[in-house]
Write a protein that binds this ligand. Structure first.
Ligand code: SAH
Length: 235
């Protein structure tokens, strides 16, 4: 099955962009995912192809017009059941690995990329857009946020990661940050690989990794240890 992503943007040339490379690039080539773009400007109705206007009530910046954006959204051909429609937005719920996993299990996604000060509130309500943030900072547009979301989804699609199990132990997948990694050479600038990792004792290695994982999480992200999702997958 092909995961179908439709990106509604003023900058369609930004896609696939970074998603055309490496793991995601190969997934695109194989057809595990397809990314189509819709140019919001194509739905402007005046001769200047206006997509934005000044904010009602005054203030700085411009706002994406509800009528133009709604026409762009309505142009998406949608077989039943409809894909989730997300608006990239710093006001949205912060994206988590759990959200990414849920999206990757579905048929696809429609992503609306804001620009300027954002989009007219009425189109968010009228088209049932779920606002999603990629973090507590402000980007100049939703396109990079869409890339982040699609990259995270793509690597979870069936067949995309060569070693299927390599997704399971990642940071956040079991509610913990991942343990440290090492590879050859055995000694680098007087630093040795922890002996346990080269002992050949798999049970001990597993135990060490788990302890490291918990210690790192406690030190850096203690709030993760209290989350209800913790322990959802095998540790
Ligand atoms: N005035 C808005 C910010 C607009 S930034 C506010 O203060 O909330 C312009 C566009 O960039 C937004 O419409 C959104 O689509 C995108 N964007 C900016 N920061 C983002 C973030 N952290 N996560 C997701 N999208 C973001």
């Amino acid at each position: 099955m092909t995961f179908r992503a439709t990106v509604i943007t003023l900058y369609p040339d930004m896609f696939p962009g970074p998603l055309g490379h490496s793991l995601a690039g190969r997934a695109l080539e194989r057809g595990d995912i397809c990314i189509e773009t819709i140019n919001i400007r194509d739905f402007a109705t005046d001769k200047h192809a206006t997509v934005d206007d000044t904010p009602a009530g005054g203030g700085a910046g411009m706002v994406l017009k509800a009528d133009v954006l709604a026409n762009a959204i309505d142009s998406v051909e949608e077989p039943q059941p409809a894909r989730p429609r997300l608006l990239m937005s710093p006001r949205g719920r912060p994206l988590t690995q759990k959200d990414v996993r849920e999206l990757a299990a579905g048929e696809g996604v429609v992503l609306v990329c804001g620009r300027f000060e954002g989009v007219d509130q009425r189109v968010i309500e009228g088209r049932d857009l779920r606002e999603v943030s990629i973090g507590d900072y402000i980007l100049s547009g939703g396109e990079l946020a869409a890339h982040v979301l699609l990259d995270a989804v793509t690597r979870l699609l069936p067949g995309v990661m060569g070693n299927a199990s390599s997704g399971d132990n990642e940071s956040f997948e079991n509610g913990l940050l991942e343990h440290p990694h090492y590879t050859r050479p055995q000694v680098w600038e007087d630093r040795k690989i922890p002996e346990i990792l080269t002992s050949g004792n798999h049970a001990k290695v597993e135990q060490w990794r788990n302890e490291q994982s918990i210690a790192l999480t406690r030190q850096r992200r203690p709030e993760l240890l209290n989350e209800p999702d913790r322990g959802e997958t095998d540790e």
